[in-house]
Design a protein around this ligand. Structure first.
Ligand code: ATP
Ligand code: MG
Length: 580
């Protein structure tokens, strides 16, 4: 008995609060026991990691409760929207591994929304206001003070109807008039103080062209669109909490109490994803792209889905991260380190282990014959024996990492230094016998002697050495470009810093320039990778042993291999920060 209870308890606990709400609604038979959600992006930019959190919620709830999640483009502002974004958004959702039921557009409801607005005017619930935005704003009052009625508030219905039609025919300038819902200028929810529900926009729409010049505002389009589609749970982020009563009111007006079963969408809010050292919000990301501060929406330093994809994040790692941070009713700032650890965890399972030298220095094995080579086995993934192994070639001259050698090393340095022994991974134990410096004073070549019979499985393979280093045969390697990425921003909370600098009078772009981490990208062109990588394709995942996880860039070709560092093997940011 008590055992059953414990199980029940832990199952309950694993539900997030939205799931609890959905289960309660289902238990109460709301919406006939149906679950339907939607993911409603505005096609005004590429999706970012915050959207991934919303996507996991919207699609996750539908999947878990046998419902459907539709994709709805919230395309009510033609000045900022474009089909380029529509296409990119669809690609990113699919890449994340989700499939929507139907593809809808708020613009498909422009006629229905228009008709509804006309009805409201007829019923005396909406009126055309010819004041400008500033005046309207100045009459809103404050949370402690009621607003002032517009002088147009009680204008005749016929006049409003006439003006509304002419608003849409292109006769009037943008900003010259708006349609407002007539609710209550003293309401304690400021959003109820006669909200603007239609405005004039003359920019052609990416789908409807010049058919419309009067466009519905978010609050007048979103809930109604949910209603038209039969959405049951309209899940969004916390900033929409104060909008909920207005969302409900417009749906009440739309339904006119006809539906006794109260089939209706219900809005629920969860916390936004906020990441340290990361600036989300499409407006800011667009500014970065348009001003060339990054190479594009898919620059691997961007927090966009396509940026993370190009950098080498997997859909699974993003979903793992979203799952770990969970959903709450409080805004928080999540640590980037948490996301990176999810990425490491996932790549540890799937990345092929290879050798690469990203800061090379030559190592010559002086007692190894010049014309000799040996093929050795390198295990593809110790986490998954099924992935087998591939061949690597040992030869007399090798590339090793520059920091795997020290002329004058402290006792705890377990790598190469004159007189010391290390194991060359998968190959022999070698003893360092000397080195040669170039004219610039830098070490140009390190010499060593290999100790026979010390390969794995050979009689002297148990000889004690403290360190293992990786290497690549100079005659069996390919030169490659490696791009090392770091955080794009110098500030833990770039959003706060941005608004601070803007308050000082800087333009957004100048402020961003100042905030960028100058070391966010380091390009190394003289790196070497195993020949095994000759045919690598974009988005292949690798672990460059002892260095980090890397992925083949989309611009990589067999003649010019390019690899992006997805994430270092260990979190080194803490250390770097302390040193700075
Ligand atoms: P941005 O401010 O970055 O442009 P947005 O909210 O305007 O984002 P939309 O395309 O309007 O972007 O949003 C689509 C959905 O994604 C909405 O339901 C929104 O609440 C959600 N969303 C946007 N940003 C985040 C975030 N940081 N965390 C979680 N959900 C988010
Ligand atoms: Mg938006």
């Amino acid at each position: 008995m008590s055992e059953t209870k414990a199980t029940e308890g832990s199952e309950k606990k694993s539900l997030n609060f939205i799931e609890e709400i959905v289960e309660k609604d289902l238990a109460e038979g709301k919406n006939g026991g149906r679950v339907q959600t939607r993911f409603p992006p505005e096609p005004n930019g590429y999706l970012h990691i915050g959207h991934a959190k919303a996507i996991c919620m919207d699609f996750g709830i539908a999947a878990k409760y046998g419902g459907v999640c539709n994709l709805r483009f919230d395309d009510t502002n033609p000045t900022k929207e474009d089909t380029e974004y529509v296409d990119a958004i669809k690609e990113d959702i699919k890449w994340l591994g989700f499939q929507w039921g139907n593809e809808y557009y708020a613009s498909d409801y422009f006629q229905q929304l228009w008709d509804f607005a006309v009805e409201l005017i007829r019923e005396g619930k909406a009126y055309i206001d010819e004041q400008n935005q500033e005046t309207i704003l100045s009459q809103k009052g404050s949370p402690t003070q009621p607003g002032i009625n517009s002088p147009y508030r009680d204008r005749p219905v016929e006049e409003s109807l006439d003006l509304f039609c002419r608003m849409n025919s292109g006769e009037f300038d943008e900003g010259s008039m708006v349609l407002r819902a007539k609710i209550d200028m003293a309401h304690n929810n400021m959003l109820f103080r006669d909200p603007i529900i239609y405005r004039i926009v003359k920019t052609p729409h990416h789908r409807t062209g010049t058919k419309w010049k009067a466009y519905p505002m978010y609050d007048f389009a979103h809930g109604q669109s949910d209603f038209f589609e039969g959405v049951t749970h309209s899940l969004c982020t916390l900033e929409f909490f104060p909008h909920r009563p207005l969302y409900d009111l417009f749906i009440d007006w739309l339904k006119k109490g006809q539906d006794l079963d109260d089939n209706r969408p219900r809005q629920n809010e969860f916390n936004k994803l906020n990441l340290n050292y990361t600036l989300l919000s499409k407006r800011n990301l667009l500014a970065l792209v348009q001003n060339g501060l990054v190479s594009g929406w898919d620059d691997p330093r961007m927090p966009t889905i396509c940026g993370y994809r190009r950098r080498g994040y997997t859909p699974e790692s993003i979903k793992l991260f979203v799952d770990r941070i969970g959903y709450t009713k409080f805004d928080a700032l999540n640590d980037m380190a948490l996301m990176e650890s999810a990425v490491r965890e996932d790549l540890n399972r799937r990345a092929t282990r290879v050798s690469a030298v990203i800061d090379p220095v030559k190592l010559t094995v002086t007692n190894y014959p010049e014309d000799k080579t040996e093929e050795l086995e390198s295990i593809n993934n110790p986490e998954n024996p099924d992935e087998g192994s591939h061949k690597i070639t040992f030869s007399r001259t090798l590339w090793i990492e520059r920091d795997d050698f020290m002329e004058d090393a402290p006792a705890k340095y377990f790598r190469l230094s004159p007189g010391r022994e290390v194991r060359l991974k998968n190959a022999y134990i070698v003893r360092c016998s000397g080195y040669r410096k170039g004219n610039d004073g830098n070490v140009e070549e390190v010499f060593c002697e290999y100790i026979p019979n010390t390969k794995t499985g050979e009689p002297d393979s148990n000889r004690k050495v403290k360190g293992t280093i990786h290497w690549i045969s100079t005659t069996h390697s390919i030169q490659a470009e490696v791009r090392l990425y770091d955080r794009l921003w110098l500030f833990e909370n770039p959003r706060d810093e941005l608004s601070r600098l803007r308050d000082e009078g800087l333009s957004a772009v100048d402020a961003m320039r100042r905030m960028l981490n100058p070391k966010s990208l380091e390009v190394r062109t003289k790196c070497y990778v195993e020949e095994y990588l000759t045919d690598t394709k974009p988005l292949d995942h690798f672990q460059f042993q002892r260095i980090g996880y890397f992925c083949t860039d989309k611009d990589s070709t067999p003649d010019h291999l390019i690899f992006n560092r997805t994430v270092p093997l260990k979190d080194s940011w803490g250390k770097i920060k302390d040193k700075a």
